[in-house]
Design a protein around this ligand. Structure first.
Ligand SMILES: Cc1cc2nc3c(=O)[nH]c(=O)nc-3n(C[C@H](O)[C@H](O)[C@H](O)COP(=O)(O)OP(=O)(O)OC[C@H]3O[C@@H](n4cnc5c(N)ncnc54)[C@H](O)[C@@H]3O)c2cc1C
Ligand code: SF4
Length: 318
């Protein structure tokens, strides 16, 4: 049964190591642990060795752990829906996690309800183009003279949950942290065309539970914010409530208000930016260094402005 408006919660996993390994407050681990402990299977997104995002099936905590962390690129589904259907028909409890459009796609594929299916969708800013992601990695590899061997799209351990700084680690031991891909992501030039007209940009979602970063926590539940991550959890129906009640002992939680929890992806899609065609023209015809300078905040003027802002903020604190 669907409800008109979701119930809203601030959630933090009680295990600090779990929270550190998760993008926000670790709600995905709490729900998936419960599913695994009941003999179920978990579907979610992992990063492959060549840094593509793909959906896989996990029936162990080890495999599930590789689903933790947000990969800010489109995840390839392959023939995963077929695998979900087989598990459902074999009466396994199935947890499927992904973007709202992936959940809607799964439901369309299945064509009917299954009482052993739990869907969790993520609040979704949009997904960037894989082509740009690949070009970014190749550019960074050329600059570092070594291959990338590890990617953290948003390095929470070193910079805290509120910051958005990506970190690449290279074969030669070099580590580069910066904001170029983030700037491209938030500039919205590189989002998939469907993201500008996304029908899921509201407080109504196709998942039984919807999860995200709790932006606005300072207002909604300031006592939860230690800069290590808080999950925004929307309980959308009775299935979601049943699962949430089952995992409540593993997390610290507080019921909050929707009006204190709103962020743009809960209201409307980000508009297609003016100049998107120009961006793609530049991307096809100029090197990635040009793209990084013009659109990725890597130009000398932008860098100087950022440094100046930092100095002003430091002086202001004195
Ligand atoms: C592309 C993208 C955009 C996002 N935009 C926002 C936003 O605008 N606002 C907001 O509040 N939250 C956003 N999030 C969600 C947020 O980053 C976390 O996924 C959420 O807070 C869950 O937190 P957790 O601590 O339980 O996460 P984790 O344990 O880190 O959970 C990771 C979950 O995310 C799924 N996942 C990771 N990458 C992808 C991907 N590329 N495609 C599909 N599923 C994926 C995994 O399957 C897993 O279920 C976004 C996530 C992604 C991947
Ligand atoms: S913004 Fe909408 S269409 Fe784009 S990936 Fe997210 S859920 Fe799908």
């Amino acid at each position: 049964m669907d409800w008109g408006q979701p119930k809203v919660y601030a959630v933090r996993h009680k295990d600090e190591e779990t929270r550190a390994a998760s993008r926000s407050g670790g709600i995905f681990t709490a729900v998936s642990d419960w599913v695994l402990s009941n003999g179920g299977v978990v579907y979610g997104c992992v990063l492959t060795e060549d840094f593509s995002a793909v959906h896989i099936r996990a029936d162990s905590a080890d495999d599930r752990n590789s689903m933790r962390g947000s990969k800010y690129i489109q995840s390839r589904l392959g023939d995963i829906f077929g695998s979900v259907k087989i598990d459902l028909l074999e009466k396994r409890t199935v947890l499927f996690t992904g973007t709202s459009c992936q959940i809607a796609g799964l439901k369309g594929f299945l064509g009917r309800n299954y009482e052993n299916l739990i869907c969790v969708d993520i609040i979704c800013h949009g997904v960037p183009s894989i082509r740009v992601w690949r070009a970014y990695l190749e550019w960074q590899e050329a600059r570092s003279g070594a291959l990338v061997n590890c990617v953290d799209f948003r390095n929470k351990r070193d910079f805290g949950w509120h910051e958005h700084i990506e970190t690449l680690t290279f074969d030669n031991g070099k580590k580069v942290s910066g904001i170029i891909f983030k700037e491209l992501f938030y500039g919205h030039m590189i989002l998939r065309p469907s993201c500008y007209v996304c029908p899921f940009k509201s407080t109504t979602h196709p998942g039984d539970i919807t999860i995200g970063d709790y932006w606005g926590i300072e207002k909604a539940a300031p006592e939860f914010d230690d800069n290590n991550g808080v999950s925004l959890v929307l309980i959308n129906n009775g299935v979601g409530e049943y699962v949430f009640n089952a995992i409540k002992s593993e997390v610290n939680w507080k019921e909050t208000r929707m009006e204190d929890s709103m962020q743009m992806p809960l209201r409307e899609p980000f508009p297609k930016p003016v100049g998107r065609e120009r961006f793609w023209d530049d991307f096809s015809n100029k090197g990635f260094g040009y793209i990084a300078r013009k659109y990725g905040g890597n130009g000398i003027i932008t860098k100087l402005r950022r440094r100046l802002g930092k100095i002003k903020r430091t002086l202001g604190k004195r």
